[in-house]
Design a protein around this ligand. Structure first.
Ligand SMILES: Nc1ncnc2c1ncn2[C@@H]1O[C@H](COP(=O)(O)OP(=O)(O)OP(=O)(O)O)[C@@H](O)[C@H]1O
Ligand SMILES: [Mg+2]
Length: 405
């Protein structure tokens, strides 16, 4: 059976072509009930091997009995015998060790018990994307993808909380996903304590950057691929830790390594950050092709921006990479734009107006560029996209002529 022949492409979930393997009779009975009897079942790996001979099974659900490193290894023959087979492990708890073992075996995904149709459908969607990714990476000519190169890192920063980093980063990432191959765009939530990219995009991550950091010595593309979650736009999201206490588990070295890996997997990596000019942020900036400094229209923001930008100048950070994005540009407490530019020694490169639709979109979990693409504020985010794309072109013109503070 070929990869593209996998049942994963079907739109309706029924039991035909599915084999469920587990030693627990109750698990099998529950699963049969869920699929209304349409599935095949096996109580052991030996039974499964027999059941697979001359069958049209293309999706195997490996039950919790086998959701261990050893169990996965023993079941490895499922893919060895038929490389087109999609195997999904159903585990009591999804941990990175199990995930890693499953991916090493060539399985598609690990989902959490109890089994339900939406989880199976999600896993099948994942299998389909994986199939596409594998097919495109082995294809001699990729019609849609850009020529092979390292992805561009765009870091969104501000030295003051609440200035609009997350809304800017998420709307920019969605726009990049809308205007490019969405499977080549990723957003990383590097606000390790209070990251809310997933909240703004209405996603509920199970695995986060913490899992990637735990596996840092063995981190490869397939593992990262299974840790990122997909937004409905096709955008990949590497989520922040689920609790602030876990933030310590992601070291600066781990973050750097993760970004380095992502560069090989995506064309654009947008990084949302915390308002803290610390070692982590400096190391992210060092690895960024472009830095978007989001400036809110008030005096404390301008004061903090001045301090942060001066620090970066002292550190000899290349000024050509930093672009000033003015947020709430039409706010009532309007400051003089010329004075801001003079004070910060930086031109304002893009502007986003203030609009009640922004907080509403945050609460709704749908960025404005999706919910109100024709609005003024969405146009503001489009100006940020344009800025990013224009500077990408300019970069090659400027090659070899780096500008320093
Ligand atoms: N242009 C805008 N118009 C109206 N409201 C906005 C605008 N930009 C941001 N906001 C609102 O301001 C709040 C803060 O925005 P956001 O979360 O993007 O800031 P942040 O810099 O990421 O904050 P933090 O430092 O806490 O991570 C949000 O509730 C958002 O809805
Ligand atoms: Mg934020």
């Amino acid at each position: 059976m070929s990869c593209s022949g996998r049942r994963v492409a079907r739109t309706e979930l029924d039991g035909n072509g599915i084999l469920i393997i587990d030693e627990d009779e109750k698990f099998l009975a529950d699963a049969e009930r869920m699929f209304e009897g349409g599935v095949a079942t096996a109580a052991s790996l030996a039974d499964a091997q027999r059941a697979l001979e001359d069958s049209d099974v293309d999706l195997v659900l490996l039950g919790p009995t086998f959701a261990t490193e050893g169990g996965v290894k023993d079941a490895g023959f499922l893919v060895e015998d038929d490389p087109g087979m999609a195997v999904v492990v159903v585990a009591g708890t999804v941990g990175s060790t199990l995930l890693r073992a499953a991916l090493r075996a060539g399985f598609v995904d690990v989902i959490e018990a109890p089994l339900d149709p939406s989880k199976v459908a999600d896993a099948m969607g994942h299998a389909e994307r994986l199939t596409k990714r594998r097919a495109s990476s082995s294809a001699p000519v990729e019609p849609f993808a850009a020529p092979h190169r390292e992805g561009r890192v765009i870091t969104v920063m501000s030295a003051k909380g609440g200035s609009g980093k997350t809304v800017t980063a998420t709307n920019l990432a969605i726009l990049l996903a809308k205007t490019h191959d969405p499977s080549r765009v990723c957003i990383v939530d590097a606000d390790l304590q209070f990251g809310d990219v997933c909240l703004v995009l209405q996603l509920e991550p199970k695995l986060t950057i913490v899992n990637a950091a735990h596996e840092i010595d063995n981190l490869d593309e397939s593992l990262l691929e299974s840790i990122v979650i997909k937004h409905s736009s096709g955008l990949s999201v590497l989520a922040a830790p689920l609790e602030p206490a876990f933030s310590d588990e992601v070291t600066t070295a781990a973050m750097t390594e993760i970004i380095g890996r992502l560069r090989h997997m995506f064309d654009y990596i947008v990084i949302d950050t915390a308002s803290m000019l610390d070692e982590m942020l400096l190391s992210l900036l060092e690895r960024s092709d472009q830095v978007l400094y989001v400036l809110d229209m008030d005096l404390p923001s301008v004061k903090n921006a001045k301090l942060a930008l001066e620090t970066l100048r002292l550190l000899k950070f290349p000024s050509g990479k930093i672009h000033l994005v003015l947020n709430r540009s039409n706010s009532r407490a309007r400051l003089d734009e010329g004075e801001i530019e003079q004070s910060l020694k930086l031109k304002i490169s893009a502007a986003i107006p203030s609009d009640g639709m922004v907080p509403a979109s945050v609460n709704e979990g749908r960025p404005v560029v999706e919910s109100a693409p024709r609005s003024k504020v969405a146009r503001g985010f489009e100006s940020v996209l344009k800025l990013v794309l224009t500077n990408e072109t300019n970069r090659s013109d400027r090659a070899g002529k780096r500008r320093w503070f």
